[in-house]
Write a protein that binds this ligand. Structure first.
Ligand SMILES: Nc1ncnc2c1ncn2[C@@H]1O[C@H](COP(=O)(O)OP(=O)(O)OP(=O)(O)O)[C@@H](O)[C@H]1O
Ligand SMILES: [Mg+2]
Length: 448
């Protein structure tokens, strides 16, 4: 067997090299002794609520996990085998971390990462999920939009890019008012604004420069200006790329508020035609990204959250994609046998993920819902009345155990099952009412 593998390694065709790489990864990984070095080692870059669930799923499969984040006591860091605190956007800090931890797999769970270091790591043989290139493309609205629309031909909103206020003015005129201005590097709505009239375009330019990630670094951020399209609803199609190909989960419906998700539900009700097209569009987007990964000899394995817009006239548009579990996908913690986190862990480890693995697992005709619990205040968030909240039939709760709130912070998620979307959403609203949540009004260090 080893002869066959080494023979393939010498093969001149990149296809064989790729096959060989995957084969080695599947066969040589060792699990179940995380306290020794003879084990599969994963480095999680970003240890929030989504990273926490990924860490849990990996640990259940016998993987050693190091959880890194920019602050101490992040959710996954509270129980991973090891944890580290660093600025993951700082190339030298990230390089030192990778050299010290010596992971087999690097799992970026946030966008703001020094992606050039991921590419160096991938070249040295470390598996970066889904791939170092995909992480870099998806954190940059320009690279992603150009790939999706101009290379893959996916339908998107009309858009232009701009480097200055003058270019932005010209771009806005071309896509038309009203429009949306977004920094090319940002997430969760930061630095974005809707502009309804040409007189307000300068404000949008300033907002993009000051509200974006790494604002204050002295650089001018490129922006994208898109036509503001009439949304009927929005969908997330969780799409899994694994060693057995690409499969999609049932689309997730959602309600967004101030750039952040507040509620999601699955399966989202929609006409059969849209259901079919949404799956096709998501697969095309992910296939395009996976092809990029494969062309560099990387796997492209993992879960992707493909965001789609459904317009009032029924048109379906590609918006963007997260190359990792999506926050709206937290609903799968209650709606599927294998949540998006379990699917991510499996795909990353080279385990084939089938159509059956991604099915919803709910009583006939039922819908599941998730509701983000955003706490406002200062200090530690304290939850009580859990017995009341969880007495609601078909309910579940995840408290993220984040150390503190300063202003607003997503601290938990309510999960419910109802006979339809409205009952499931009403139940999660009742859970929120039943819970009692307060903040201590001081930081942990003050309290000591
Ligand atoms: N061109 C548009 N037309 C209509 N609505 C839009 C448009 N662009 C964005 N939106 C609305 O703003 C939300 C956030 O936009 P987008 O997904 O591009 O940014 P984001 O900062 O990456 O958000 P997130 O990180 O929460 O996914 C969308 O989900 C949608 O509700
Ligand atoms: Mg988005």
């Amino acid at each position: 067997m080893s002869d066959a593998i080494s023979h393939q390694a010498d093969s001149p065709t990149s296809k064989n090299r790729l096959k060989n790489l995957f084969k080695n990864r599947l066969q040589n990984r060792l699990y179940g002794n995380p306290l020794t070095r003879e084990n599969t080692r994963a480095l999680l870059l970003g240890s929030g609520e989504l990273g926490r669930e990924v860490a849990l799923e990996l640990m259940r499969l016998g993987v050693w996990v190091c959880a890194a984040d920019s602050y101490a006591g992040a959710p996954a860091a509270q129980f991973a085998h090891e944890s580290r605190v660093l600025d993951m956007a700082d190339p030298s800090a990230l390089r030192a971390l990778i050299a010290e931890v010596k992971p087999d797999i690097i799992i970026p769970e946030v966008e703001a990462i020094a992606t050039a270091e991921l590419s160096t790591a991938a070249q040295s043989g470390i598996q970066v999920t889904p791939s170092s290139d995909i992480a870099a493309i998806c954190m940059d609205r320009e690279r992603l939009r150009v790939l999706a629309h101009e290379t893959l031909g996916l339908p998107t909103t009309p858009y232009r890019f701009a480097d200055s206020l003058d270019e932005l003015r010209a771009g806005a005129r071309q896509v038309g008012y009203p429009c949306v201005v977004k920094p090319v590097m940002s997430s969760s709505g930061h630095g974005q604004s809707v502009v309804r009239d040409a007189k307000d375009i300068a404000d949008a330019w300033v907002e993009a420069q000051t509200g974006r990630r790494a604002a204050g670094d002295g650089a001018i951020s490129r922006v994208i200006v898109e036509a503001l399209v009439p949304l009927d609803y929005e969908l997330t199609v969780l799409t899994v790329s694994s060693s057995s190909g690409i499969v999609t989960c049932s689309p997730i419906g959602q309600r967004q508020e101030s750039g952040d998700y507040r509620e999601s539900w699955q399966p989202a009700a929609m006409p059969d035609g849209i259901l079919h097209d949404a799956g096709t569009l998501a697969k095309q987007a992910v296939q395009g990204l996976v092809d990029e990964a494969r062309s560099k000899g990387e796997t492209g394995w993992g879960v992707f959250g493909v965001e789609l817009f459904v317009l009032t006239d029924g048109t379906l548009l590609f918006n963007e994609v997260s190359p990792r579990p999506h926050d709206t996908g937290m609903v799968t913690l209650i709606s599927q046998r294998l949540s998006e986190f379990a699917l991510h862990a499996r795909a990353i480890l080279g385990i084939p993920v089938s159509e059956t693995d991604v099915r919803v697992n709910l009583p006939e005709g039922c819908t599941a819902a998730s509701r983000a619990i955003v706490v406002t205040g200062q200090g530690q968030a304290v939850f009580s009345n859990l017995p009341d909240a969880l007495s609601i039939e078909g309910s579940d709760l995840r408290i993220f155990n984040k150390p503190e709130v300063h202003g607003h912070r997503r601290m938990a998620v309510a999960l419910t099952i109802g006979k339809d979307e409205s009952e499931a959403r009403a139940k999660s609203a009742r859970m929120l009412e039943a819970l009692s949540i307060s903040t201590t009004g001081e930081s942990a260090s003050d309290a000591r």
